[in-house]
Design a protein around this ligand. Structure first.
Ligand code: 1ZZ
Length: 578
């Protein structure tokens, strides 16, 4: 199906110079800290900032790294860049050293880049640079750094740049790999095409009211819940991610207050919310206006979706509102959507038959070998989806394979990274998403990421499936358990299954959980877990995705030897594993 007429060919044209003033951007930074901005006012502020940038010498084509926590400052500067043809490069401030190091790595990729940040973040970066021996690199950044609040916006507004549809609109760095960050180059055409598809496939109208707490440095927060809303004239509220993390109940309290019609969260957010909900039983929620609850960006737990819908049903949430979607930065954002208003689609597949090139096997829900996966719909208008074998040849429906995509929304490549670009995009234009999936009943089902697949006992296993089983064990929570295949020191070329669980107490107290987890996984899958180990921090991307490979490599480097030795005698209860 062709996409509906895209109303804009460039992002710059999407931010209105005049419009009915009742469409707003709401910035929620605290329970009582909420500001409304009309789209026209956002544009006016962006142009004033652009004037300040141009007076500082920034030109069209320069890169402008946005390294700032405050959403209002981020968005004003993002638009200043877009209107001036300066290329915004959003980078999450993050909390770990790895996240901080990413700023240095990204800056080094550009010939001429500027950094927009705030005094507090810059102070921290200064201290970080000193501690890490990055003083010289930091000194090189300093003349290129612009500090929020310190720019003179009192002069004339900036001069707008006329962008062509195939010009770069901004660069989206993948939130995952911090060591070797890959910048997805997105043109105006890429983004406006995807925005038009999203609007059509999710049946948006300007009567919708959206609410999101997803970070603006991630494609779902920025494109899905801001740029797309601006282009469609949809009132939308952007809540600070950190506020949701600290006070998840505010999310649906605000949805009630705003009569929000569209919400979103990746899988872990539903768990985070429900945990607080079950402890505090908030009153006065009214979710009867909600038509879609977007759920994407990471593997979706069918059980958690059902639990969320059931728990929220007494507050008026419609049973058909859970909107399970798939996408990635390389597609600008959206790849597949189900039909709005359809019931949650769950399929049960034999976990022993999930190999590339093989047909999957449907099972009944109660079969012991059944992995519950969620249906994610079909390609959004203008985006083609193909399941392929390792040689990129299409396979039949029902056969598991690599998920390839093609369309106007798909990037032409990674910034200054020809090797990665060629590895991902073939001459015929199909891009390999790095995900494995299958078409069941005409809809896409994602099994997992190619690089995360665990190969043990002669079979492919998907971490998300094993982690879901592990979560049945008391004390093991969603997103706090990680299954990886690690190269075993003894077994030549083979992998062994290692499961990590977040645990901050002493090792002896962890042993019963570890034994139970090993027993449950063995009972339900027949697998022998080589090691169950406690970790004090689960590495995650700034958008909350588990970084399984970080733990696998740390294990292989021997970083868990001490805890392993301490735990081993406590694990040795032969009764546990039949
Ligand atoms: P990123 C109006 N993944 O996460 C709002 N979905 O991009 C429209 N794995 O490049 C919003 N099951 O960071 C539309 N369902 O990571 C939103 O994440 C459409 O491994 C969803 O390769 C946008 C998600 C954007 C995003 C991409 C990777 C994928 C895949 C994983 C995303 C998934 C999922 C399982 C899903």
């Amino acid at each position: 199906m062709p996409p509906s007429e895209s109303r804009f060919e460039t992002l710059s044209a999407a931010l209105p110079a005049n419009q009915r003033d009742d469409r707003q951007l709401l910035l929620i930074d605290g329970e009582d800290d909420q500001r409304a901005l009309s789209f026209v006012e956002l544009r006016r502020r962006a142009l004033r900032l652009l004037g300040a940038l141009q007076r500082k010498g920034l030109k069209a084509g320069d890169a402008l790294i946005l390294f700032v926590n405050d959403n209002e400052r981020f968005l004003e500067m993002f638009w200043a860049g877009v209107l001036g043809g300066i290329v915004p490069v959003p980078i999450a401030v993050g909390v770990s050293d790895e996240h901080r190091r990413k700023l240095f790595r990204v800056f080094a990729q550009f010939e001429r880049a500027w950094i927009f940040s705030d005094a507090r973040t810059l102070e921290r970066m200064d201290a970080f640079a000193t501690a890490q021996g990055l003083v010289d690199a930091y000194a090189r950044m300093q003349p290129q750094t612009l500090q929020a609040g310190a720019l003179d916006v009192t002069g004339a507004p900036g001069l707008e740049h006329t962008a062509a549809p195939d010009d770069t609109a901004f660069i989206q760095y993948s939130s995952g790999s911090t060591r070797d960050p890959k910048g997805v180059v997105l043109t105006h055409r890429n983004i406006t095409a995807n925005i038009a598809s999203i609007r059509q496939a999710a049946q948006f109208t300007d009567r919708d009211v959206a609410l999101s707490w997803m970070p603006l440095t991630h494609d779902m927060g920025l494109i899905g819940f801001h740029l797309h809303m601006i282009a469609g004239g949809v009132t939308h509220a952007v809540m600070r991610t950190e506020l949701f993390a600290r006070r998840p109940l505010l999310w649906l309290a605000k949805a009630t207050e705003l009569r929000a019609t569209v919400l979103c969260s990746p899988n872990f957010g539903y768990q985070h919310y429900l945990k607080q909900y079950e402890a505090k039983h908030p009153q006065g929620l009214d979710l009867s206006a909600v038509r879609l609850v977007f759920n994407g960006a990471e593997p979706i737990s069918a059980e958690l979706c059902q639990r969320f819908l059931q728990t929220m049903q007494p507050h008026g949430l419609r049973a058909d509102s859970m909107f399970t979607v798939y996408g990635l930065a390389e597609a600008s954002l959206a790849v597949t959507f189900p039909k709005p208003g359809c019931a949650l689609g769950i399929v049960h597949l034999d976990r022993a038959a999930l190999s590339v090139g093989q047909p999957v096997r449907r099972l009944s829900a109660d079969a012991p070998q059944a992995a519950a996966l969620v249906r994610l719909g079909t390609g959004v208008p203008g985006t083609e989806v193909r399941i392929a074998d390792p040689e990129r040849a299409p396979v039949a429906d029902g056969v598991l394979g690599h998920v390839l995509i093609k369309g106007d929304n798909v990037t032409r490549g990674y910034f200054r990274d020809e090797t990665s670009t060629q590895a991902a995009i073939a001459a015929d234009g199909w891009l390999d998403t790095g995900d494995l999936g299958v078409v069941v009943d005409g809809e896409l089902v994602i099994a997992g990421r190619t690089k995360d697949v665990i190969f043990v006992s002669g079979q492919n296993w998907y971490p998300h499936d094993l982690e879901g089983i592990a979560e049945q064990v008391e004390g093991v929570e969603t997103n706090k358990v990680v299954a990886v295949g690690a190269r075993a020191a003894q077994a030549e070329g083979g992998e062994e299954l290692v499961v990590f669980v977040l645990h901050r107490g002493d090792v002896a107290a962890f042993a019963p959980t570890a034994r139970e987890l090993r027993r449950v996984l063995n009972q339900q899958t027949g697998l022998q877990v080589a090691h169950v180990l406690p970790v004090t921090r689960i590495p995650k991307t700034t958008s909350g995705k588990l970084q399984r490979h970080v733990l696998a490599r740390a294990f292989e480097a021997g970083e868990f030897e001490a805890v392993r030795a301490e735990l081993a005698p406590l694990m040795d209860t032969t009764a546990d594993v039949p």
